[in-house]
Design a protein around this ligand. Structure first.
Ligand code: PAF
Length: 278
């Protein structure tokens, strides 16, 4: 596996890989890789493209109240995991490369970036979209892979690619879960043993709520029940909502493309999950 830390190394490696493989796939990450990231890389590799994975803990997507320095970092472990998954090139830019001091442009979003994570983490999607636009410009991939675990992020990136006519496809990959249903996340390592035992309740509650909505019932009561029951089990729920999948607009009952989405804090860890509701 090649490793690039400068833009010039990245450009020559991408040119060589494109000549050899015909196409490039990008998996953007912030490192601290787990089985969910490996599934993204493995899908990209299986597509036949030379796979580039970026590792960059993006300061622009952290709000001042979030602890950027607490974000887990494990470069050696990440590089070993990428190599084992068949990644062709690891891209590890520094902050000065991604955000030169004199720059004047960031991406501003409405639509799917409003509400939910947009409300809970002001500026977060501006940071995510800006760094992804830069990564797309640097690597120039034919497609980029994103996990459905961060459902709203996936919709925001899809919308940006459509709206800005960016020449790549966005490939969604299903959430990878622990055996007990907990969605894989780099932040799960911060759960205490007791919290880890409770954490799968979030996914169980999503599934139970989807079952209650399946006959077309109004969502209000099942959603309130879910928030109350999660609260009783120690979760501090930011939102638990039924939305139209691509737009993230709240909907009153099941319809095509409906998605149940939630974010809830357990101790110091904010857990996100979502499932298709049908
Ligand atoms: O999902 C993530 O890890 C990040 O938001 C991403 C897409 C790598 C952008 O920094």
């Amino acid at each position: 596996m090649l490793i690039a830390r400068t833009l010039s190394d990245l450009r020559s490696a991408c040119t060589a890989l494109r000549a050899e493989h015909g196409s490039l796939a990008l998996v953007p990450t912030m490192g601290a890789l787990h089985a969910g990231h490996r599934a993204l890389v493995e899908s990209a590799v299986a597509s036949g493209a030379a796979t580039v994975a970026s590792i960059f803990v993006n300061p622009l997507q952290f709000s001042p109240t979030e602890d950027l320095s607490r974000y887990p970092r494990d470069e050696a472990g990440d590089l070993a995991a990428l190599q084992a998954s068949g990644c062709a090139l690891a891209w590890l830019p520094d902050v000065a490369t991604m955000y030169p001091a004199d720059e004047a442009t960031t991406i501003s979003l409405t639509g799917p970036a409003e509400r939910w994570e947009g409300d809970a983490r002001p500026g977060h999607f501006r940071g995510v979209a800006t760094v992804c636009a830069k990564l797309f410009g640097q690597v120039r991939p034919d497609r980029a892979y994103f996990g459905e675990k961060d459902w709203q992020q996936l919709q925001v990136i899809r919308r940006m690619v459509t709206d800005l006519l960016l020449p790549l496809d966005i490939v969604p990959i299903e959430t990878v879960r622990e055996d007990d249903g907990l969605a894989m996340s780099s932040r799960n390592r911060f759960l205490t043993e007791a919290e880890r035992a409770v954490a799968p309740v979030l996914n169980r509650t999503l599934r139970a709520t989807a079952a209650r909505l399946a006959d077309g019932a109004d969502a209000d009561l099942p959603l309130l029940d879910a928030v109350r029951s999660l609260g009783e089990q120690g979760f501090d729920v930011d939102y638990f909502a039924l939305v139209e999948g691509p737009s993230l607009a709240p909907i009153p009952r099941l319809s095509a493309n409906a998605r149940l989405i939630t974010a809830a804090r357990l101790g110091t860890v904010r857990l996100l999950d979502n499932i298709a509701a049908r």
